[in-house]
Ligand binder design. Structure first.
Ligand SMILES: *[C@@H]1O[C@H](CO)[C@@H](O)[C@H](O)[C@H]1NC(C)=O
Ligand SMILES: *[C@@H]1O[C@H](CO)[C@@H](O)[C@H](O)[C@H]1NC(C)=O
Ligand SMILES: *[C@@H]1O[C@H](CO)[C@@H](O)[C@H](O)[C@H]1NC(C)=O
Ligand SMILES: *[C@@H]1O[C@H](CO)[C@@H](O)[C@H](O)[C@H]1NC(C)=O
Ligand SMILES: *[C@@H]1O[C@H](CO)[C@@H](O)[C@H](O)[C@H]1NC(C)=O
Ligand SMILES: *[C@@H]1O[C@H](CO)[C@@H](O)[C@H](O)[C@H]1NC(C)=O
Length: 376
């Protein structure tokens, strides 16, 4: 009888608690696996939960299982056949209940290669538009001798399938490279994007298919890989020095404002991730690479030749992870180019770490963490 009571207690009392407060370990030393135990070929994308206790969705690039180029990650970038610069990269959709390695299920291809404008795709980002109640997927595509553009596609769910709605989002600087989208609490949408090595933010039309042209430009030169987020009514734009699949990783400059269209203030003169190369907190683990060499004068080295990224990564995206008491952890993710354990481009890992916010809104410096615990 006691046993029965115990199991009733478990079912009616403990079990609901258990499913709402899951503690997981995120490991940065092992490759991230899907539910079949296969290394995920998933890079430079967005990862987010759209409903409380719902699944996390990842919309990320599948580069394929070609070999990383020897030495610098962008060697041979001018030739369309080169690994990392092919036209058939898929925008893959993955889902997971708890973000752990081994928990990711492949949902599908967001849009067929034939149904999207031809180019080399980078940084797919999905957002929910509360004005149209549609999911809007935006990606950047490179067209060799023509400016890179942004394509916009829509779907009724994060799982797609997505339908192309605009093959050239009309940002006022013509086109651009890396970008991120912020959906503000009032439903306004903003894009932050880099073009010709400078960064801008720009307000989108209410459907997020076009730009309104209202914009603000940052003053830093040779920058890319932005993140646009809002926390406690402060707008944050984070980006770093250009790092073309660069192995050493890049910096994270934090800009804040009370207004999405600025003016923005740079948090401090230095960034969150670059440290001197002689810093002994850089371990051998972080330097492991089959093919790679740091690309001279890129990433941290552009700003200061004697520095390198403590997390060996180029900024990708921030995952918002809200636990059952409503506390949000901001998990920064960065791509570790040229550092696949087996030299295969599609197996290049991502580094994940929680960000440390001080009460005044300042973000603390990053550290290398082999692993950390997260309440999901
Ligand atoms: C994209 O998906 C198609 C269909 O599954 C596959 O044939 C192709 O190899 C994939 N591309 C890459 C780069 O993995
Ligand atoms: C995370 O999700 C996976 C896939 O559903 C599951 O197998 C695993 O047990 C979960 N992990 C935890 C700690 O709940
Ligand atoms: C972009 O196109 C939309 C729709 O035609 C238009 O309303 C908007 O003014 C254009 N924006 C810019 C920056 O040209
Ligand atoms: C980098 O280190 C070298 C050798 O110590 C030094 O001469 C140079 O000034 C340093 N450069 C910067 C930008 O700090
Ligand atoms: C949620 O996170 C906050 C801050 O770390 C912590 O105080 C709280 O106990 C967490 N709640 C649960 C259910 O884990
Ligand atoms: C914010 O708080 C941190 C930690 O207390 C401190 O180091 C930093 O100087 C503060 N920044 C500003 C702008 O007040």
């Amino acid at each position: 009888m006691k046993k029965i009571l115990n199991s009733l207690l478990y079912v009616f009392f403990l079990f609901p608690l258990f499913i709402h407060a899951v503690q997981v370990t995120i490991n940065n030393l092992q490759p991230r696996l899907d539910i079949n135990g296969i290394i995920m070929d998933a890079h430079d994308g967005s990862i987010q939960q759209f409903e409380k206790n719902g699944l996390y969705y990842m919309h990320a690039m599948q580069y394929g299982l070609c070999e990383e180029p020897p030495n610098y990650g962008c060697d041979g970038a001018g030739m369309s056949s080169k690994c990392g610069f092919q036209m058939n990269h898929n925008i893959s959709i993955w889902s997971s209940p708890n973000l752990t390695s081994g928990s990711w299920s492949y949902v599908g291809n967001a849009i067929n290669v034939a149904d999207r404008p031809a180019g080399v795709v980078f940084r797919p980002h999905l957002v929910y538009n509360p004005n149209t109640k549609l999911y809007v997927l935006i990606w950047n595509y490179m067209r060799w001798n023509l400016p890179s553009l942004y394509a916009v596609a829509i779907a009724e769910t994060p799982s797609g399938p997505f339908k192309l709605i605009n093959s050239a989002l009309n940002v006022s600087r013509g086109g651009g490279g890396d970008f991120d989208i912020l959906v503000d609490d009032d439903g306004n949408g903003y894009i932050v994007y880099s073009q010709n090595y400078y960064m801008s933010v720009e307000q989108l039309t209410p459907d997020f298919y076009y730009s309104t042209g209202k914009s603000y430009m940052f003053k830093e030169y040779f920058v890319e890989a932005p993140i646009f987020m809002k926390k406690n009514n402060i707008y944050y734009v984070l980006f770093g020095w250009c790092c073309c699949y660069c192995m050493q990783g890049s910096g994270v400059l934090v800009h804040t404002s009370n207004n999405p269209l600025g003016p923005y203030t740079l948090q401090a003169e230095d960034d969150l991730a670059c440290v001197t190369k002689s810093d002994n907190s850089i371990t051998n683990v972080q330097l492991k690479s089959v093919n790679g060499l740091p690309t001279p004068n890129q990433g941290c080295e552009f700003h200061n030749i004697n520095t390198t990224s403590i997390v060996r990564s180029q900024q990708n995206y921030i995952i918002k992870v809200t636990n059952s008491t409503g506390y949000t952890t901001y998990v920064w993710t960065g791509d570790r180019w040229q550092q696949a354990p087996d030299g295969i481009k599609g197996h290049e890992p991502q580094y994940w770490t929680p960000l440390n916010f001080y009460e005044n809104g300042t973000i603390g410096k990053m550290q290398w963490l082999d692993e950390f615990i997260l309440n999901v």
